[in-house]
Design a protein around this ligand. Structure first.
Ligand SMILES: [Zn+2]
Length: 116
């Protein structure tokens, strides 16, 4: 019984963690748009560390916005280069130069990159 209670708490904490990550990413976006790149990076790193601490998986949108190499906030066109090639999405961090690829979903025919 004690275990079940613990499990529920864990799930609640994870929900709160996700909420906080969402708030931080919103702040990061605003900071980035306002030209405060260093602050945006800090928000992004905080969001990442909250995800790690509470074992909350970051959503695809959030994962695409944080560099896996240096933890910088990735704003396509400013701090990240986004390209498509062979049905893959290539994201390059302009701060550390790390590149990673992810497959583009063909279902629905929607352009998921949002940018060209
Ligand atoms: Zn980076």
């Amino acid at each position: 019984m004690a275990k079940r209670r613990f499990e529920r708490d864990k799930r609640e904490r994870r929900t709160i963690a996700r909420e906080r990550i969402g708030i931080l990413m919103g702040l990061a976006e605003r900071a980035s748009l306002g030209g405060k790149g260093a602050r945006a990076d800090r928000y992004a790193r905080l969001a990442k560390s909250i995800g790690t601490r509470y074992n909350a998986r970051l959503s695809r949108d959030v994962r695409m916005r944080i560099c896996k190499g240096c933890g910088a906030y990735l704003a396509p066109g400013r701090t990240a280069r986004v390209r498509t090639s062979r049905k893959m999405l290539c994201v390059t961090c302009t701060a550390c130069g790390r590149v990673w690829r992810m497959p583009l979903k063909s279902k629905g025919g929607k352009n998921e990159t949002g940018q060209r």
